[in-house]
Write a protein that binds this ligand. Structure first.
Ligand SMILES: [Ca+2]
Ligand SMILES: [Ca+2]
Length: 218
């Protein structure tokens, strides 16, 4: 290979096995999550990383991941392109954490954990995960070996009224504008009728769905 530089990293607390490597798009820091620890450990190599000297990484936190069992090791992770979310997968579990605005990446792991769906049956070694953005929002997973399928998991939120993959105040403004409206009203907006079932009226039933989505996908 050409055009490649080597970054040599060292753990501050002894050798560890690790398979999850992430780059923070906001800071360009490199993060590694340890694999075979009962509680996975997060390490940071701050930007700019040396290509001539060994960088001793900083230990930042343990992942508060109660679903993991002893053999359910972390195999992959990714940070969303806007830096607002972290997804981590193990053999059997996957979760997304929201990073508060203007916060450090490790602060995300102090936030509410949102478990996500994985296809553990058809993925034998379950080694990779990444966010998808741009044309769609969601995440992809795949496994080791040749001809491993790539699985796409769309994240669809009814409350994402402007379809930008986030549920936030901008979406809420649409719901508020259509509040207590019905077809024929000047402020009627059928997109806001997200209650289950749709009932051609915008009220607390739609707000309940909205709040649920907002708490899941900020
Ligand atoms: Ca939105
Ligand atoms: Ca409704």
């Amino acid at each position: 290979m050409t055009g490649v530089e080597t970054i040599t990293l060292q753990y501050p607390d002894g050798a560890r096995d690790a398979e999850a490597l992430m780059v923070d798009p906001l800071t360009r820091d490199i993060y590694i999550i340890s694999k075979r620890d009962e509680h996975p450990r997060l390490y940071r190599a701050p930007y700019p990383q040396s290509t001539t000297q060994t960088t001793i990484m900083e230990y930042k936190c343990e992942l508060p991941w109660q679903a993991l069992t002893y053999w359910d090791w972390v195999t992959a992770g990714d940070i969303s392109p806007d830096g607002s979310e972290v997804i981590v997968r193990s053999y059997d579990n996957g979760s997304i954490w929201q990073r508060p605005s203007d916060a450090n990446l490790w602060d995300a792991f102090g936030q509410t954990e949102c478990p996500v769906q994985l296809l553990t049956g058809s993925e034998t070694l379950r080694e990779a995960v990444c966010f998808v953005s741009g044309f769609a929002c969601g995440y992809m997973t795949t496994s080791e070996g040749t001809h491993s399928p790539i699985n796409y998991f769309p994240r669809i939120f009814k409350a994402d009224l402007d379809e930008n993959c986030h549920v936030d105040f901008r979406d809420f403004s649409f719901l508020a504008s259509a509040w207590l409206s019905a077809p024929g009203d000047d402020n009627w907006n059928s997109d806001c009728d997200i209650s289950d079932p749709n009932d051609s009226f915008i009220d607390a039933n739609d707000l309940a769905v909205f709040v649920g989505d907002w708490l899941t996908n900020k």
